[in-house]
Design a protein around this ligand. Sequence first.
Ligand SMILES: *[C@@H]1O[C@H](CO)[C@@H](O)[C@H](O)[C@H]1NC(C)=O
Ligand SMILES: *[C@@H]1O[C@H](CO)[C@@H](O)[C@H](O)[C@H]1NC(C)=O
Ligand SMILES: *[C@@H]1O[C@H](CO)[C@@H](O)[C@H](O)[C@H]1NC(C)=O
Ligand SMILES: *[C@@H]1O[C@H](CO)[C@@H](O)[C@H](O)[C@H]1NC(C)=O
Length: 213
Amino acid sequence: MLVLILFSLVSSTSHASLLSNACPKCGNLDVPYPLSTRETCGLSNYKVYCKNGSLEFLSAEGLYYQILSINQLENRLIISPPLIQKRTCRSSDLSLGGLRIDDNSPFNISSRNTVMLFNCSDDILLSPLNCSVTSPCRLFEGKVEEGKGCRNTLCCSYLKDSSMNSHRIRIRVGGCSAYTSVVDLKSSTVDDWLFGIELQWLPPTETLLRLGV
Ligand SMILES: *[C@@H]1O[C@H](CO)[C@@H](O)[C@H](O)[C@H]1NC(C)=O
Ligand SMILES: *[C@@H]1O[C@H](CO)[C@@H](O)[C@H](O)[C@H]1NC(C)=O
Ligand SMILES: *[C@@H]1O[C@H](CO)[C@@H](O)[C@H](O)[C@H]1NC(C)=O
Ligand SMILES: *[C@@H]1O[C@H](CO)[C@@H](O)[C@H](O)[C@H]1NC(C)=O
């Protein structure tokens, strides 16, 4: 009974908040509830950062990734993969081990990302990743300016599905040193690819229930 009352309280307040408590725009992007750029709007565990007109997501390692788009209805957003530094095959978050999201965060990495890893050591061939000559990572190396530094390195790709850790994309010196990601990869034409890492968030009522409120 108590649970039921709490549940209806929580859901009615969050619906009210949808209308009243969204944060102001950041640059060109709407910041829908429950995302929060400041204490007075959104919910504090959905924190994102508005820096000079650019909306950013903060990783558990303390690096900011630009938010490119937000789909409020599906609770998803897309962040920019880190840059691969010119004439190298190193992602800018290599020293931090790639992207990591806190285990307790309401955000995780969705299962629609095809992750491509570059400059990998031979050990990777023991894994089930797709490292064949037909792997889409070959197209990135060959056809995208940013990927040129990774040409002729061992590269592999995989779909970040539910069998994978949904809170990190790992790279390291001596393993694979660069990566990129494409959302909902269907085409073998690089120009059609949507580069990004799609994250999804647990809606607030579910978060509260999961935490046993
Ligand atoms: C803020 O953005 C403007 C326009 O994009 C740019 O010219 C300026 O250098 C940026 N300032 C900082 C501190 O990043
Ligand atoms: C690797 O990916 C390509 C393109 O998606 C696919 O045609 C091929 O069958 C895959 N190979 C393996 C070993 O999974
Ligand atoms: C490939 O990775 C190694 C470390 O694992 C690094 O020393 C080397 O610079 C990388 N190659 C390129 C082209 O960046
Ligand atoms: C990621 O989050 C979504 C909801 O936000 C959830 O449905 C899904 O189970 C989570 N995935 C994993 C692997 O934890």
